[in-house]
Design a protein around this ligand. Sequence first.
Ligand code: ZN
Length: 316
Amino acid sequence: MPLLAAVVLAAPLASAAQDSALVTAAPPSSTGQSLNLPADAAAAATAAEDQNGSVTFIGTATVLIRYGGMTILTDPNFLHKGDHVQLGYGLTSERLTEPAIPIEALPPVDLVILSHFHGDHFDQLVQEKLPRTIPVVTTPQSAVALENLGFAKRYPLATWDTLVVTKGQTVLRISAMPGRHGPPILAGLLPSVMGSMLDFSSAGKPDYRMYISGDTLVYEDIKEIPQRFPEVDLALLHLGGTRILGVMKVTMDGADGVRMMQLVAPRHAIPIHFNDYTVYKSPLSDFEQAVKAAELQNRVTYLKHGETYRFEPREK
Ligand SMILES: [Zn+2]
């Protein structure tokens, strides 16, 4: 059975890059792409019943985000312990953990946000089993890879572009944030990557702003994020200090994660992507120590695989 009953596309797939000049300071303007999800009765009931949202950590950078009757899946990775992923150029990495739930047990998902097309973020099992009708929001480069795999509903976003998603009374603006997967010399050889800013709002309900870093290092362009998108409520940080060929760091380590928190200044942060593969070299304890040294303990929640963080919309 498909995970998703039906999706109404309100606009055809647009070239995400073409209107990027229209984007100005926050609130971000749309670049013309929108997605209208049918508001089923069950979702409406859930939205009315539960005014709060949640983030469930499945493993790697895979989380289920629920808010106002919407369910969003990020960077789906459902391989099992001992499986290997391809990272390009003949590089592989072994999974060291189990996903908290198998792909077959996923609840109905409205859309997927994919930071980049890499094996630990969109694995071979997902390529085989994810319904081809599910909308995927991703980089223009990854959208081409998804097209080749037969995924029909792709929403490519260039940096700072925004997709507006509506479902019943809930409106979600997804904006692509800058990301660079490694030092300049290496980033060009790896897939382009995007962070995401999720701005949730519902009629009569306050807003909630969530930042997902993607696999990036902290570099110059990141400084523009808090200028355009201040007052982030929650940040999901891709850590792990991933090393390619054992030497080149291509994702944030513990100290980088704290630098990211200090730059983007989220009210709260949750580390993800830190212990699932052999190429992740910076254990979570690196981040914990850096957080303590920076006296940010009150602003970090550590989720084990399968645990859920619940949040309340911001008081206006
Ligand atoms: Zn990764």
